[in-house]
Design a protein around this ligand. Structure first.
Ligand code: HEM
Ligand SMILES: *[C@@H]1O[C@H](CO)[C@@H](O)[C@H](O)[C@H]1NC(C)=O
Ligand SMILES: *[C@@H]1O[C@H](CO)[C@@H](O)[C@H](O)[C@H]1NC(C)=O
Length: 498
C-alpha cells in the first residue's frame, strides 16, 4: 500500500515537473488552446468526444492523453494543411515503447519514424502491391471472392456471422498476393488469420497500452507483455518460413508474388545511391504490415456495409437494380471490372458513404512533427504528437448535411463537392488504399449480385454503434445475416462469372 502510494506520488511529481519544463520551453509560441482534464482516453467514443470539443475551441486544440500532450486536428481543411501542404513537417511517428517492441528496431512502415530509408521502404512495398502481383491484383481478388460466394451459397439462408467470413477472405487475399498461389492449403490462411487476431488482441490489451503511458511499469512482471512477446515470436517464425521458401525457389529477374518482388528489390538497391540499405528485415516487416494493416480494416468496413444495408433495404434494392441493369442475367458478368465502376454509381457512392460514416481507423495512427511548423495559424513545436480525427472531419456539419445519416445519394447529387479521408492523406496515406477500394468494390458487387441480405429470423438488426471493447478502431458489434441466394428467388438460375 505504502509503496503504491509512494509510487503514485513520485509519478505525479514527475508529471508535474515534466509539464512545467514543457511550459517554460514553449512560452513564446502561439500554441493551440489547451483542453482541461486528463481522462479523455476513458471516453467510450473518443473520435466523437474529440469532435464535440471543437464547438468551444475550434478545429485545432491541444489535450492530454495520459501523460502525453497531443494536438488534435478535427477538420478536413486542417488535416490536409498538415498532411499534404506541410507533409514533411507532419510525417513522423512517435516512438513509443510498444511500437519498438512490435516492429523489430522500427524497420516498419506503419510505425517507423520518417526518414529517407523509410520512404524507400514504403515505395518498394507500394510497387510490390501494384507491380509485384503479376498482371494485377484484380483477378486474385475476383477469384477468391467467387470462392467465398460459393461457400456462402452452400449455407443458403442460414444465419452467418459475416465478420469472421470477411476476415478470412481478406486474409486469404493478402496471403495469395504476398506468398503466391503455392499457398493452396487453407491451413496457411487460417494460421495467418489466427496469428493476426492474436497479435491485435494482445497488443490492444490494457496492460500493454498502459506501458506506453507509464513506461517504467515495465520493471514489474506483466503477463500481457509476455503474451505479446510470444505472439510476436510466432509471427516472426511464420514470416521467416515463407522468406526461406521464397529464397530457395526464386528465379532472378522473375517474380511470382509480392515477396519475390520485394526480396529482389532489396537486392537490386545499390548502397551508394540510397539513403541506407534496405534489408531482408524490411521485407519481413512489410509482410507484417500488409497483414496487420490489410485484413481486419477491410473486413470491418465490409461488415459495416452489410450492417448499414440491413438497416436500409431500400438502398439494397436499388443497388441490386443497378447491378441487374448493368450486368444482369443477359449481360456478360466478366465485362465489369473495377475500371468500369463509373457504370455502378450507386455502389460507388454506397462504399464512399460507409467509409465516411465508419472510417475504421478513425484517428489514423499518431503523427509526430519532424520540425517546428504551424497549422491554422497556431505554432506547432517539433516533436509534437498530432492526431488527425478523420471521423470527426467526416461528421463536420459545415461540410456535410445531416452528417450522421447514412445517405449514399449525397455523393450522387450535382453539388456533391467533397470527399472523405478514410485512408488519411499525404506521405502517411494508407499503403493499401488501392487494394482496399478494389476489395470493397468486388466483394460487395459479387455479394449483392448473388444474395439478398436479410436479418436473421426474428428480425434483429445489427447495432450501428461501434463495439466499445475494441479500442479506438471502429468495429461493428457481432451480428448475423442471412444470405438468400438471388438466382433462385428471381428464377434466373445461378449467376456464374468466370
Ligand atoms: C478499408 C480499409 C482500410 C482503411 C480504412 C485504412 C485506413 C488507414 C489509415 C487511416 C491509415 C493511417 C494514415 C495516417 O497515419 O495518417 C492507414 C495506414 C496504413 N495502412 Fe491502411 N487502411 C485500410 C486498408 C489497408 C490495406 C488493405 C493495407 C495493406 C494491404 C493497409 C496498409 C496500411 C499501412 C502499411 C499503413 C501505414 C502507412 C504509413 O505509416 O505510411 N491498409 N490505413
Ligand atoms: C466514386 O465516388 C466518389 C465519391 O463521390 C467520387 O469521388 C468518385 O469520382 C467516384 N468514382 C467513380 C468512378 O464514379
Ligand atoms: C459543399 O460545401 C459547402 C461548404 O464547404 C457546403 O455548405 C455545402 O453543403 C456542400 N455541398 C454538399 C452537397 O455537400
Amino acid at each position: 500500500m505504502v509503496l503504491a502510494g509512494l509510487l503514485l506520488l513520485l509519478l505525479t511529481l514527475l508529471a508535474g515537473a515534466h509539464l512545467l519544463w514543457g511550459r517554460w520551453k514553449l512560452r513564446n509560441l502561439h500554441l493551440p488552446p489547451l483542453v482541461p482534464g486528463f481522462l479523455h482516453l476513458l471516453q467510450p467514443n473518443l473520435p466523437i468526444h474529440l469532435l464535440s470539443l471543437t464547438q468551444k475551441l475550434g478545429p485545432v486544440y491541444r489535450l492530454r492523453l495520459g501523460l502525453q500532450e497531443v494536438v488534435v486536428l478535427n477538420s478536413k481543411r486542417t488535416i490536409e494543411e498538415a498532411m499534404i501542404r506541410k507533409w514533411v513537417d507532419f510525417a513522423g511517428r512517435p516512438q513509443i515503447p510498444s511500437y519498438k517492441l512490435v516492429s523489430q528496431r522500427c524497420q516498419d512502415i506503419s510505425l517507423g519514424d520518417y526518414s529517407l530509408l523509410w520512404k524507400a521502404h514504403k515505395k518498394l512495398t507500394r510497387s510490390a502491391l501494384l507491380l509485384g502481383t503479376r498482371s494485377s491484383m484484380e483477378p486474385w481478388v475476383e477469384q477468391l471472392t467467387q470462392e467465398f460466394c460459393e461457400r456462402m451459397r452452400v449455407q443458403a439462408g442460414a444465419p452467418v456471422t459475416i465478420q469472421k467470413e470477411f476476415s478470412l477472405l481478406t486474409c486469404s487475399i493478402i496471403c495469395y498476393l504476398t506468398f503466391g498461389d503455392k499457398v493452396k492449403e487453407d491451413t496457411l490462411v487460417h494460421a495467418f488469420h489466427d496469428c493476426v487476431q492474436d497479435l491485435m488482441k494482445t497488443w490492444d490489451h490494457w496492460s500493454i497500452q498502459i506501458l506506453d503511458m507509464v513506461p517504467f511499469l515495465r520493471l514489474f512482471p506483466n503477463p500481457g507483455l509476455w503474451r505479446l512477446k510470444k505472439a510476436i515470436e510466432n509471427r516472426d517464425h511464420m514470416v521467416e518460413k515463407q522468406l526461406r521458401r521464397h529464397k530457395e525457389s526464386m528465379v532472378a529477374g522473375q517474380w511470382r508474388d509480392m515477396m519475390d518482388y520485394m526480396l529482389q528489390g532489396v537486392g537490386r538497391q545499390r548502397v551508394e545511391e540510397g539513403p541506407g540499405q534496405l534489408l531482408e528485415g524490411h521485407v519481413h516487416m512489410s509482410v507484417v504490415d500488409l497483414f496487420i494493416g490489410g485484413t481486419e480494416t477491410t473486413a470491418s468496413t465490409l461488415s459495416w456495409a452489410v450492417a448499414f444495408l440491413l438497416h436500409h433495404p431500400e438502398i439494397q434494392r436499388r443497388l441490386q437494380e443497378e447491378l441487374d441493369r448493368e450486368l444482369g442475367p443477359g449481360a456478360s458478368c466478366s465485362g465489369v471490372t473495377y475500371k468500369d465502376r463509373a457504370r455502378l454509381p450507386l455502389l460507388n457512392a454506397t462504399i464512399a458513404e460507409v467509409l465516411r460514416l465508419r472510417p475504421v481507423v478513425p484517428l489514423a495512427l499518431p503523427h509526430r512533427t519532424t520540425r517546428p511548423s504551424s497549422i491554422f495559424g497556431y505554432d506547432i513545436p517539433e516533436g509534437m504528437v498530432v492526431i488527425p480525427n478523420l471521423q470527426g472531419a467526416h461528421l463536420d456539419e459545415t461540410v456535410w448535411e445531416q452528417p450522421h445519416e447514412f445517405r449514399p445519394d449525397r455523393f450522387l447529387e450535382p453539388g456533391a463537392n467533397t470527399s472523405a479521408l478514410a485512408f488519411g492523406c499525404g506521405a502517411r496515406v494508407c499503403l493499401g488504399e488501392s487494394l482496399a477500394r478494389l476489395e470493397l468494390f468486388v466483394v460487395l458487387l459479387r455479394l449483392l449480385q448473388a444474395f439478398t441480405l436479410l436479418p436473421p429470423p426474428g428480425g434483429a438488426l445489427p447495432s450501428l454503434q461501434p463495439d466499445p471493447y475494441c479500442g479506438v478502431n471502429l468495429k461493428v458489434q457481432p451480428f448475423q445475416v442471412r444470405l438468400q441466394p438471388r438466382g433462385v428467388e428471381a428464377g434466373l438460375g445461378e449467376h456464374q462469372c468466370q
